[in-house]
Design a protein around this ligand. Sequence first.
Ligand code: BJW
Length: 246
Amino acid sequence: MKELQTLTDRISKARRLTILTGAGLSAASGVPTFRAQDGLWRQYRPEDLATPEAFARDPSVVWEWYAWRRGKIAACKPNTAHHVVAAWSQMPGCRVITQNVDDLHVRAGTRDLLRMHGSIWELSCFERCPAGVQSWRDERVPLPDMPPRCPHCGGLARPAVVWFGESLRAGDVEAAAQAAACDVFLTIGTSAVVYPAAGLVHEARRQGAFTAEVNLEETAASSMVDLAIQGGAEQILPLLYSFPIA
Ligand code: BJW
C-alpha cells in the first residue's frame, strides 16, 4: 500500500518525530473511548462527571465512575499499537504525547512520555492543600475508602486528571508546543476535538511538519493532514514499523 510506504519512509527519515495518541489507541486493549460508537460520552454527560463543578456537587458519583473505569483498565494490557509506539519512542528525536489517562503507554515502556490529561492512577487533593497539590500514585482496585481522602489534610482527594474547563499543567503545554516543531507529526486514535491537544497537529503543519493520521474513522483533522490512513491502530502501526524501506 503506497500510503504505508510513504509514511514509513517519512518516519524513518525524520530527525524529530512527534506522536499524539488518543483513546482509540487503547480501544483494542478494551479501554472504552469517549466519542466512538460505544464511547463513554454516548452514555454519560461530561458535565456530570468530568468537570470540577460536577465533583464539587457530588464527589461520590464522580468517584464511583472513576472507580469503575479503574477496575476496567486494571484488567487491560497494552496492545500491539502501544508496543510499536514504545519502540519508536526509543529513537532519538521521538516525542510521545498522550491524552490517555490509562498509563498503558507507561506499561508498554514508552520513553519520555507526556501525559497531557494526567493519569487515572494518580490522585491529588481537591482542596488543594499545599502537600496534596502534588499528585500521588494510588493503584488500589477497588479503593478501600470511597470517596478517597487526601493523606495530608483529610480533605477530598480527586483523580489527578484534567477535567473540562481546567487548565493543563503549564509545563506540559509548553513541552507539547515545543514538540510540535518536528519533521513528522503523527496523530493516532484521537477524534481531534479536545483542545489544546487538538491544536498541536495544526501547529505542527504550520511549522512545516509532514502530518499524518491513523484512525478508524474520518476525524476533525483528516482533511488537514498530509496523509490520513483509515484503520485500527493495532493493525496499521505494526505495518508501519515493519514495512520495508525503499
Ligand atoms: C480508533 C480505534 C482504533 C477507535 N484504532 N482509532 C478551543 C476551542 C474550543 C474549545 C476549547 C478550546 N480550548 C479549550 C476548550 C475547551 C475544552 C475543549 O476542548 N472542548 C471541546 C470538546 C469543544 N478544553 C478544555 O476544557 C481543556 N482545558 C483547557 O483548555 O484549559 C484552558 C481553558 C479553561 C477554561 C476555558 C477555556 C480554556 C481540558 C480538556 C480536558 C479533557 N478531559 C478529558 C477527560 C480526562 C479525564 C478522564 O479520562 O476522565 O480527556 S475529555 C476526553 O477527551 C479525555 C480525552 O483525553 C479527550 C480526547 O479524547 P480522544 O482521546 O480524542 O478520544 P475520543 O473518544 O474522542 O476519540 C477516539 C478516536 O479513536 C475516534 O476518532 C475513533 O474513531 C478512534 N478509534 N478505535 C484507531 N482501534
